[in-house]
Design a protein. Structure first.
Length: 426
């Protein structure tokens, strides 16, 4: 803040190079000639070992693939090893279950053997791979609930060269994802209204194209074998990591678990190494699918919008806190009714200069959407500098309006949740 005030006192000149610096009260004051103050809020390193390591790997592989994406390989060595390691992980769980069952059945009446078998069965059940499930706390839409939305998804899926989805889950955050649920691996598209509501119709088409592109391009981590193995290893690590060491017994337990904990950590790191390159490739190809479906321009604009996700999260929290601070049910209802419109208007008012700054920050930090994505600035460069696609799927005002009408109930419900949850945190 002091640096920004000094610029104003110096006639809007950069204290580093003397260049003229525009000042906008809502946004960071910075110099595009020398990058002074371009990143005043650089985050602290991620204290979580796995996440920090994954982000470093994501940046490394993202840069390599940007330089040479190349044709998609067939069965590469890393993919084969990843599948083999994943089968070993699942085999351990199966071995625990089989051994426990045999001890219970064959060891009946032989001392503590049935008890040991029951313990092994309980451990196997706790560590078993989980199938995805539909959420029970957010709206879940099926085809009869939103036919125009599913029609749009089907058209984008045809461009991506894959099938559509069985359900659409509506959430409140600024995110989107695809996954499977149930033993039959039905497909689910998750749409966070914090992201959906700040996008134009072409950008929404590009968003759906990107997510469905994960199904089309064989993202290894989303597969039933490798994906479930990663989940299992994370669960094993959770059970092997004590919450605290407040007494002697907990310290002893911590030391006893050290060897298996480090073994699991090593397996998780190895499986990350073996799969991350393929996942990075899938992200770049999903961006290409987004460009083909919604246009290259819309796909690049979508990636710019992703840079605003922290601002969206802050804006939603601010809206809800203000509504709660005013007091009364009427103020909260008014906030709920206008929440998404105010959010969209706020994001629409962001000037191009702020996007330019955020793109520079993304380059400096090696920003990734998460620890499995390539750096955002490299993704945007590929979309902007690669083949320029026109939109294969159109979403005009009439179609966008019809889809918005189908989402009315879900929007109202999630607006209520946003206001209610922030109020509960006060």
């Amino acid at each position: 803040m002091t640096a920004q005030i000094s610029v104003a006192e110096q006639g809007h000149r950069c204290p580093e190079c003397g260049a003229d610096v525009p000042v906008e009260s809502r946004f960071v004051t910075w110099c595009d000639a020398c990058d002074w103050n371009v990143d005043p809020g650089a985050p602290a390193p991620d204290p979580r070992r796995i996440e920090a390591l994954r982000r470093r790997l994501a940046q490394r592989y993202g840069e390599r693939l940007f330089a040479d994406l190349g044709p998609r390989p067939g069965r590469d060595v890393a993919g084969v090893l990843a599948c083999a390691l994943a089968l070993v992980v699942h085999g351990v769980t199966a071995a625990l279950a089989v051994t426990g069952l045999l001890l219970v059945v064959l060891g009946w009446g032989m001392g503590v053997l049935p008890v040991v078998g029951a313990v092994l069965l309980a451990i196997a059940v706790a560590l078993r791979p989980r199938f995805g499930v539909l959420p029970d706390d957010t709206p879940v839409l099926r085809r009869p609930d939103a036919p125009r939305l599913f029609e749009l998804v089907d058209e984008v899926a045809a461009v991506a060269g894959t099938a559509g989805v069985d359900t659409v889950v509506i959430a409140a955050d600024a995110n989107a994802a695809v996954s499977t649920y149930g033993v039959r691996h039905r497909r689910m598209l998750r749409i966070g209204l914090g992201l959906w509501e700040i996008l134009t119709p072409p950008q929404r088409v590009a968003l759906i194209g990107h997510e469905l592109g994960h199904f089309a391009h064989g993202d290894t981590r989303r597969g039933a074998v490798v994906g479930r193995a990663l989940d299992s290893l994370a669960l094993w690590l959770y059970f092997l990591t004590p919450d605290s060491e407040t007494d002697l017994m907990q310290r002893v337990t911590h030391w006893m678990m050290a060897v298996p904990r480090w073994a699991v950590l090593g397996l998780l790191h190895l499986l990350d190494q073996l799969t991350l390159r393929a996942t990075q490739r899938a992200e770049y190809l999903a961006d290409e699918t987004a460009a083909r479906a919604g246009s290259s321009v819309a796909a690049a604009e979508l990636l710019d919008r992703l840079l605003l996700v922290p601002s969206v999260t802050s804006a939603l929290h601010r809206e809800s806190v203000v509504a709660h601070s005013r007091g009364g049910a009427a103020a909260r209802r008014e906030a709920e009714q206008r929440l998404w419109e105010r959010l969209a208007a706020r994001i629409e008012s962001v000037p191009e200069r702020e996007y330019k700054r955020l793109r520079r920050v993304s380059t400096l930090r090696g920003h990734c959407a998460d620890s499995t994505h390539p750096p955002t600035h490299l993704r945007r460069r590929r979309v902007s500098e690669g083949t320029q696609w026109q939109a294969a799927v159109r979403c005009d005002e009439e179609r966008a309006g019809a889809i918005a009408a189908e989402l009315t109930a879900a929007r109202d419900h999630m607006a209520h949740v946003v206001i209610r949850d922030a109020a509960a945190d006060q």
